[in-house]
Design a protein around this ligand. Structure first.
Ligand code: ADP
Length: 724
């Protein structure tokens, strides 16, 4: 392992190993077969690449995609490793050159496609060379149980026979037991060491938002948090891809569209633009992503719900492969379920339909559930999250708040479904509950129902969300072509008060923007980082490789943190090995020197913080946010603007604005709530509060049923407390 440490420093510039990398490398060094299951971004490649340099002979790596092989070989070569690939996309001359290099014993790592490897003559040729190991990357492709079975991978079973004395190591990110067992069997691994890592990705910040309209405002909010960085927006349908891409481009974003309906060329251009960072955003269907190794994707936004949690994990997992913080936002609309249900119903076999509907139910439960997102995802894949608060999802951040009296609220909703004789959908039911004057409601006389207008104080959209949450938790089900709401047996238990659902509403004022990535930006000069990115892009273009092959974002941030002005100092940067320092050291050091001189920035900083923050859970520090909007909002309150006017003016939700107002009243210690609550209402609330106390605003609301709103009660309470 000492040798490995030296290799890592020299070629990769890394000083630490990630979880299980040490164990995985030890298996390779000992020549014992292994199966390593680590999540995307877990660092599987290093598990065989570093030992390959420590062992005598040639390491053969089987990989399913030419684009992946090319990326890996480019990255290795750039780090000073003698690596090459053999696949059908190369000319005969190129292939013979590689074969000659193998013969001369010049190569340490050879990437090869499965069909090329098992070509009769070639296997025999390789068998005559000294091989250090065989690595099968993306090994789940051998299994029919996996999501990406490839028939040509099945032949890899012949490897064992063809190379009986070489250890075989399999690597995958697919966690299910069935796939794992199948890999061992198909590849005929001999008493393999099986290493399964945690599937949690602590550096990913997960959140789910209820989609407003077409979701564009929410998408832009996320993109703006990562301006100038790479993001992926996934849409369900091709038409949505085109529409979103067009709107983003129109609004000045550097966005490209990608889906199977485009020509090969258009797709290739979009992908290249994204990889070379000419485009910051790629808007795509699920067709995009396989074989994309881009490590510095900072946000993955789902504009619509994917059809399963497997898909969600895979797609959202493309964020933050470099271990730096990244955001995964799922925008969920009630219509998404119907879209998928319709698509699933077109499938042929009953069995497939049943499985797909069950998976759809699971993701709806995730989207509408109130459980920590990391915990929920991990649990789905058969692992449990250790510890309490994950500090990296909307639920744990408290962006979502549990509704105070969920039982009563749920009963109101379920009673309304009952009164509507279980013959209407979610939209209609929400309209009745909020007392809508829509014609369809008046014509059918539903304004006379006892549940009409029962939730008139709430925005219709929120009521609609609660209906979805109840459906997601199994208290309501959606039946037939029109998704008519019906009450399930557990829903009936709620009506009898025997069971209480968990209902969520957005918490006010949760400003996550500044939080995302706060840690990994510590000490980094953003201006310098941006300057170095431009330099990186230029070099990458010249070399015709993706930008992240030159340096990952983690390395650039560490440069902008340490600001080395010598090549020796440059070598201290995490992610800078000797080969990189030799090739790029001078250019980067010169850029750093110039930038720092012009701005009188301190150089050659030796940060006592860890160079590259490892993806570990953050403590409460991560939540210490700087709220940039607050002064702007407070200034409007100073001018006496109403809540509605502020909502319109700053584009935040009514809840957020209310929370700002409460903070404002506390900070200014105002004992009068005018102009936000009129004097008569304030008196009324104060009177009740004298009896009930101010600890449970909901009690005051109940006593004054219909006379005041919940917002007014909350505002009044702050002023009452200020006056005490
Ligand atoms: P996987 O194949 O498991 O999805 P990769 O092998 O592509 O993951 O690694 C993801 C990223 O993490 C790459 O940019 C890689 O260089 C980086 N990486 C891997 N191991 C380490 C380490 N020990 N220290 C720092 N970065 C690492």
């Amino acid at each position: 392992m000492e040798r490995i440490a030296e290799i890592l420093r020299r070629h990769w510039g890394y000083s630490d190993l990630r979880p299980l990398q040490r164990e995985a490398m030890a298996s390779v060094l000992r020549g014992r077969d292994s199966l390593v299951v680590l999540p995307t971004g877990g660092g599987k490649s290093l598990c065989f690449q570093a030992p390959a340099l420590a062992l005598p002979g040639l390491a053969v790596v089987v990989s399913p995609l030419i684009s992946l092989m090319k990326d890996q070989v480019d990255a290795l070569t750039d780090s000073g490793v003698a690596a090459a690939r053999l696949d059908s996309s190369q000319t005969a001359d190129e292939q013979s050159e590689v074969v000659a290099a193998i013969r001369r014993g010049e190569l340490k790592i050879l990437y090869v496609s499965p069909e090329r490897l098992l070509m009769n003559g070639f296997a025999r040729f390789l068998g005559a060379q000294k091989l250090s190991l065989i690595a099968v990357d993306e090994a789940h492709c051998v299994s029919m149980w996996g999501h990406d079975f490839r028939p040509e991978y099945r032949q890899l079973g012949e490897l064992r026979q063809a190379f009986p004395r070489v250890a075989i190591h399999a690597y995958t990110a697919t966690a299910t037991r069935q796939v794992r067992d199948d890999i061992v069997e198909q590849l005929r691994l001999r008493a393999p060491e099986v290493l399964v890592g945690s599937f949690d990705r602590p550096n990913l910040l997960y959140s789910v938002e209820s989609r407003a309209d077409d979701g564009l405002r929410q998408i832009r909010a996320v993109l703006d948090r990562h301006a100038g960085e790479s993001s992926i927006v996934y849409c369900i349908r091709r038409a949505d891809v085109d529409a979103v891409a067009e709107k983003l481009t129109g609004a000045g974003y550097r966005a490209a569209a990608y889906h199977a309906g485009l020509s090969d060329e258009a797709r290739r251009n979009a992908q290249d633009a994204f990889i070379s960072e000419e485009a910051d955003v790629i808007v795509a269907t699920v067709a995009f992503g396989m074989g994309i190794d881009k490590s510095n994707v900072r946000a993955v936004i789902h504009a619509g719900m994917p059809k399963s949690l497997e898909h969600y994990q895979q797609e959202s997992g493309r964020a933050g492969r470099d271990g730096l913080d990244a955001e995964c936002v799922l925008l969920y609309g009630p219509g998404d379920y119907g879209v998928w249900k319709y698509i699933i119903e077109q499938s042929e076999s009953e069995e497939a339909k049943r499985i797909a509907m069950a998976k759809l139910g699971d993701i709806v439960a995730y989207a509408t559930g109130a459980v920590c997102r990391h915990r929920a995802l991990l649990h789905y894949f058969g692992q449990e999250l250790e510890g309490g608060n994950c500090n990296a999802c909307d639920v744990c951040f408290g962006d979502l708040e549990l509704v105070d009296d969920a039982l009563v609220l749920a009963q109101k909703i379920l009673s309304c479904v009952h009164r509507l004789e279980e013959r209407y959908g979610g939209d209609y039911t929400a309209a009745v509950l909020t007392g809508s004057r829509e014609e369809r409601i008046l014509t059918s006389g539903h304004d006379a129902l006892s549940t009409y207008g029962l939730l008139a104080d709430e925005p219709k959209k929120r009521v609609r969300d609660w209906i979805e949450q109840l459906a997601g938790q199994g208290y309501l089900s959606k039946e037939g072509e029109y998704n008519l709401l019906t009450i399930t047996p557990s829903g009936r238990r709620v009506l009898r008060g025997e069971e209480t659902p968990r209902l969520l509403k957005p918490a006010a004022g949760a400003v996550r923007a500044a939080t995302a990535g706060a840690d990994s930006w510590e000490g980094v000069d953003r201006g310098l980082f941006d300057t170095l990115r431009v330099l990186r892009r230029g070099i990458a273009e010249e070399k015709k490789v993706p930008a992240y092959i030159v340096f990952g974002d983690a390395a650039l941030r560490d440069m902008a943190r340490r600001r080395p002005t010598t090549v020796e100092g440059f070598l201290q940067v995490s992610g800078v090995g000797e080969a990189k320092a030799r090739q790029y050291g001078e250019a980067f050091v010169a850029a750093i020197r110039e930038f720092c001189r012009n701005r009188e920035l301190e150089t050659d900083v030796d940060p006592d913080i860890k160079a590259v923050p490892k993806p570990t859970r953050k403590g409460s520090k991560a939540r210490a946010t700087v709220d940039l909007a607050r002064p702007m909002v407070y200034e409007r309150f100073d001018r006496g603007q109403s809540l509605d006017a502020v909502v319109d003016g700053i584009g935040k939700s009514p809840d957020a604005v209310l929370e700002y107002l409460l903070g404002y009243l506390r900070e200014k210690k105002l004992a009068s709530p005018e102009p936000w609550v009129d004097a008569a209402t304030f008196d009324r609330i104060s009177e009740v509060a004298r009896v009930t106390g101010t600890a449970r605003p909901i009690n005051i609301l109940r006593q004054l049923n219909g006379l005041v709103t919940y917002d007014q009660v909350k505002i009044a309470i702050v002023c009452i407390e200020n006056g005490e």
